[in-house]
Design a protein around this ligand. Sequence first.
Ligand code: PGA
Length: 251
Amino acid sequence: MSRKFLIAGNWKMNGLIAEGQALAKEIATATKALKPNAEVLVCPPFTLLTTVKKALRGSKVMLGAQDCHVEEKGAHTGDISPVMLKDAGCDYVILGHSERRSDHRESSLLVKTKAESALKAGLKVIICIGETLDERKAGKALEVTEKQIKASVPSSSTASNTVIAYEPVWAIGTGQTATPEDAEEVHAHVRKVLAEKLGKGVASRMRILYGGSMKPANAAELLAKEDIDGGLIGGASLKSADFVSIVRSAK
Ligand code: PGA
């Protein structure tokens, strides 16, 4: 089953306007010249969405946000709705990142509810899952990720509106990457769980990204694995040369 690679940059809470604009322009220019074998997405902080949207004009690089609220609008100080993200030109929103799950105590149920709202607003969603170091050491990586998939992915998910990102918490921002074999084991299991939940056809077409210290030096071997369909990249997405090099690794 051929699935188009997706290489997504998660800028997290990084970038002032001038930096975000420059980074987006560099990525837009470099990927245009490249004609990549992957879809490319950047997810800047809310304050940069409009700037980055403009900077990406004329390129195929897509725009995403890093979170959204469940409701369309209303009395929710400090929050941003999926409808607002769509209006700002977003194609995607990342949901359930482990930093949201830990910093903001987001449950899988909340992630699922957010995903339902985002899909209703016409956004595509990247739903993140991943085990902690303690859970991996206890041999529970498959069990934990299975539970997260079952509870976080809405039944309205299809292969064209939903992407899963497997991000082992112990690999995020630590420089410690899962081996391609360990990552593939989880990805294959996730696809099996998706097949039970959404049907075999949907599961075989749904993209599952790896995230956690992906960088130019390890991207090619991770992306070569059968069930790894792209990357969600944090640190290395803040340097255009590194990010574009990862895009180039998707073959
Ligand atoms: P990292 O972050 O590439 O810096 O490890 C990945 C992520 O958290 O999405």
